[in-house]
Design a protein around this ligand. Structure first.
Ligand SMILES: Cc1cc2nc3c(=O)[nH]c(=O)nc-3n(C[C@H](O)[C@H](O)[C@H](O)COP(=O)(O)OP(=O)(O)OC[C@H]3O[C@@H](n4cnc5c(N)ncnc54)[C@H](O)[C@@H]3O)c2cc1C
Length: 299
């Protein structure tokens, strides 16, 4: 089934039965049948056409910092867009960047060019593609505010350019979570500012993350979406669940909004802990917590 893959692409970038726990910030997840890391947008398109021709399922992975992969892994092809697909060009106040660049690196590049607007992304451990798809945000900023245009490969393999209005970006949501398109690059519009001021804001955000977030443990960031009129961390803390564990999955003792992998957690442990928290929150507050992290793969 995968022989045409071997003919078309360099074998050193094809991995069979690749453990996804090595590609997720949770350090959890069973194997991908096949993982491929494209080096160019053209190569990415070729993979998509091949998958479609052979009716192979594919899944797009960025830096794996917002997903929980179930214990039996992902069937079909996992296409990983990471730092290889990471070219950028800077033109006055606009940066055009490929989807694989880390969003933190992009924020650093913007600062180097004295461009402000991406400071909020300092410390978000995802790719630009993942940040667009998730409309990532922090400290009052979000991707929605800086995106001028996004180029994506649609399900039919054709390239389409999206305007901000077409991307339907709201809190941690975008059209790309629903239409099966692959984000390949983005044009970001920033403003000129002094390098020192930009750096000072980034340092402040990084320090706040260090102080508040359990960065010493594997996690996928905030487990749940913020419900209207509530804050998730304090709700879970009030329930006395800080530090509560199921198997290796633990409610962080530092920030109750994070579930951490305290060592050898399975996806099942995390899912049981999520269900337990949801039940307790429903009983106490009548609120239905929705996960922010994407749960994928086979149980
Ligand atoms: C310690 C920590 C702190 C975090 N802090 C924040 C924060 O402050 N704010 C915030 O918003 N998030 C935060 N996150 C979550 C996460 O970093 C972001 O959601 C990030 O944008 C995800 O990017 P990724 O490349 O890792 O995506 P992945 O986790 O790889 O993928 C997420 C989803 O997007 C899809 N996807 C990824 N790339 C593409 C693409 N190019 N085209 C189409 N689909 C794609 C995947 O299929 C998946 O459904 C944090 C996570 C951690 C671990």
């Amino acid at each position: 089934m995968y022989s045409e893959f071997m003919d078309l692409f360099p074998v050193n970038r094809i991995k069979f039965n690749e453990p996804l726990k090595n590609h997720t910030s949770f350090a959890i997840g069973g194997p991908a049948d096949l993982m491929f890391i494209p080096e160019s947008i053209e190569e990415l398109r070729k993979v998509i056409f091949l998958c479609q021709k052979q009716q192979m399922k594919y899944f797009i992975l960025g830096q794996g910092s917002n997903i929980l992969v179930r214990d039996k892994g992902i069937r079909g092809v996992v296409i990983k867009l990471n730092n290889i697909l990471a070219n950028i060009t800077v033109d006055k106040e606009q940066i055009t960047a490929e989807a694989g660049i880390s969003i933190s690196n992009l924020a650093q590049e913007a600062a180097r060019h004295e461009l402000s607007g991406l400071e909020f992304a300092e410390g978000i451990p995802g790719s630009l593609g993942g940040a667009v798809v998730m409309n990532a945000g922090a400290y009052g900023g979000e991707m929605k505010n800086v995106l001028l245009e996004v180029t994506a490969i649609n399900k039919d393999g054709n390239i389409k350019k999206y305007t901000p209005d077409e991307m339907l970006m709201t809190y941690r949501k975008s059209i790309f979570q629903f239409n099966g398109s692959i984000v390949v690059s983005a044009v970001i519009k920033l403003q000129k500012d002094k390098k020192e001021s930009i750096k000072a804001r980034m340092d402040d955000y990084a320090a706040r993350r260090q102080e508040k977030q359990p960065l010493d443990f594997p996690s996928a960031g905030s487990t749940f979406r913020r419900p209207e009129n509530y804050f998730v961390g304090p709700m879970i803390e009030e329930l006395g669940l800080k530090g509560f564990k199921i198997g290796g999955a633990q409610v962080s003792a530092k920030h109750a909004g994070f579930i951490i992998n305290s060592g050898n957690a399975s996806a099942r442990d995390v899912l049981e802990l999520i269900a337990y928290i949801q039940k307790k929150v429903r009983e106490r507050y009548g609120v239905e917590l929705q996960t922010e992290i994407k749960v994928v793969g086979e149980e």
